[in-house]
Design a binder for this molecule. Structure first.
Ligand code: SER
Length: 535
């Protein structure tokens, strides 16, 4: 089965259970201050869970573009190093808004996995919430009871709050959840170690594919759990993992979700992906993963930038550039060339990238070019810094220099340092950053006093074409303080100083008052008045 068919079967299955199929919401979140990016399929339905709005449909299903690179759900460091975490991934989901609950959600997930996708029942494990005394939530007996109808009890495992109580963020809808895990190891390995010992243990072949959340609470700002007005179902299945399991692959990257991109990278770089854990193979995975986050996010309206959500995208992009530059030995912009491959692959499911492919490719190319201009020097500089580091930690000042001068995001420096068995001083970096912010704030604060008029006659004018040295009078002056320094601005009755305009530099010179000489550092026109800046 192809990935396209697998996605379609999910949607068809839930349509047959009276679910309305809706499009993915944008990956960039604009109207929820608690999130930068969509991190779960349920985000767009948050208000339905909280009871703030009523959904037109009580059952919905879709495939949602998600990004888990910031906040509560952040998988960035695993991406590419392992074979089953992603920055951007598709989450297949079905929802009940005050309609069906645990019995149906559990029965349908079992039906879909075992009867439609025909996964081997003996390789599946499920987890249910063991309860939490501190939160005052009991063991989820109801979910256990429902699962017992489908799966032997020794494959129903109890899990703690970390794994079996799902929360969107620090606040928001939440509830106990029940996960479905699949054991993809060989028969022999399964005989040696039972799969149940490896569930939720970071084993690359025993992985979670589906999470069924039973939304019952809102985590309020103060941290307490407030029961929701109704009970809901929120499920999320990692599409790339599901495809891998159905296609019988050992890695998400070996499925047809990624092979088109891998072929394109191989053609452009003349390198070959071998699926190992070498830096070269990791680079393939990182690039194939990151272009999805970059492409879909820009297509959804978030341009790379220096702050907020835009900086998250810039960081991901720079991380990808560094991987191809260092480990595929490719020194030209590469990511933008992969965008059309991605756009065509997702033309029908997420058409927004295809529709804007020229724009997105151009933005990506410009970003790559900008970073490539400083990357080489930055990498040399980091080598020098590493040489000069006598303990195991790169100091905050150096990390800040790499950030400020060479555009190295903190996490990129951290990654490069880790490759050299070093850590970075994040607190020292934060301090340097704060000091720079204070400096720019001081620079931005201009304290301007009132003009002091000493001569009412209006005869200001420029005479510098005829004379460089003249006798004149001061019409008015005022004191200005900026960057902690004090200067004066003066307006002369007539002046030989040419004022800065149209790219020309304003004249400098001297004013003599009796025995005293004052230096003029610049001359500008402000509201048609020629103003001299004097020390
Ligand atoms: N919200 C849950 C998750 O993201 C299930 O959809 O895992």
């Amino acid at each position: 089965m192809t990935s396209v068919e697998i996605r379609q079967q999910f949607l068809d299955f839930f349509a047959s259970k009276q679910h309305k199929i809706v499009p993915s919401s944008p990956i960039v979140v604009k109207n929820d201050p608690t999130l930068l990016f969509t991190n779960a399929g349920m985000n767009q339905f948050k208000d339905y869970f909280l009871g703030n709005k009523k959904s037109e449909f009580s059952r919905i299903a879709d495939t949602q573009k998600c990004l888990r690179v910031s906040g509560k759900h952040n998988d960035l460091e695993e991406v590419g190093v392992d074979t089953y975490h992603h920055t951007m991934f598709e989450m297949l989901g079905n929802w009940s808004f005050g309609d069906y609950f645990k019995a149906e959600a559990i029965a349908w997930s079992w039906e879909l996995l075992t009867e439609i996708y025909k996964l081997d029942k003996n390789r599946l494990y499920v987890t249910v919430f063991e309860g939490d005394e501190k939160e005052g939530i009991p063991k989820d007996e109801e979910a256990y009871h429902e699962w017992k109808k489908w799966i032997p009890e020794d494959r129903i495992l109890f899990g703690n709050k970390k794994d079996n109580f799902w929360e969107m963020g620090d606040t928001g809808p939440c509830g106990p959840c029940s996960e479905i895990h699949v054991d993809c190891r060989s028969e022999q390995e399964r005989l040696n170690t039972p799969g149940k010992n490896l569930v939720n243990n970071d084993h690359p072949q025993v992985i979670e594919i589906w999470n069924n959340v039973f939304m019952q609470f809102n985590r309020s700002k103060g941290g307490s759990l407030v029961p929701l007005p109704a009970q809901h179902v929120d499920t999320g299945m990692g599409f790339e993992r599901l495809v891998r399991v159905i296609q019988g692959k050992q890695s998400n990257y070996d499925t047809d979700v990624f092979t088109g991109t891998f072929n394109a990278i191989e053609n452009i770089t003349a390198k070959k992906y071998d699926g190992t854990d070498t830096k070269e193979a990791i680079a393939f995975r990182v690039i194939a993963d990151h272009i999805r986050a970059i492409g879909f996010t820009i297509a959804d309206g978030q341009l790379p930038a220096n702050t907020g959500a835009g900086y998250v995208i810039r960081r991901i992009l720079r991380r990808a550039v560094r991987y191809y530059y260092s480990y595929l030995d490719h020194k030209q912009p590469l990511l933008h060339e992969l965008m059309p491959v991605l756009a065509t692959q997702f033309e029908t499911v997420f058409p927004e990238l295809y529709q804007q492919i020229e724009f997105v490719s151009k933005v990506v190319r410009e970003e790559e070019e900008a970073f490539l201009r400083t990357l080489d020097k930055g990498l040399k500089r980091i080598d020098d810094i590493v040489q000069a580091t006598t303990n195991d930690i790169i100091n905050g000042k150096s990390v800040f220099e790499l950030f400020d001068t060479f555009g190295f995001p903190l996490d990129l420096t951290k990654l490069i340092a880790a490759e050299k068995n070093l850590q970075i001083d994040e607190a020292g970096f934060a301090l340097e950053m704060q000091q720079q912010k204070n400096r720019s704030r001081a620079a931005a604060t201009l304290d301007t006093e009132d003009w002091i008029v000493v001569n009412e006659e209006k005869e200001e004018g420029f005479v510098g074409y005829e004379n460089n040295l003249i006798q004149t009078r001061v019409n008015k002056y005022r004191k200005i303080s900026a960057k902690g320094k004090t200067q004066y601005q003066l307006v002369l009755a007539t002046t030989p100083f040419y004022a800065e305009s149209g790219g020309q530099i304003g004249d400098t010179g001297w004013l003599e008052f009796g025995d005293e000489t004052v230096e003029v550092t610049n001359t500008k026109k402000e509201n048609d008045t020629i103003v001299h800046f004097a020390k």
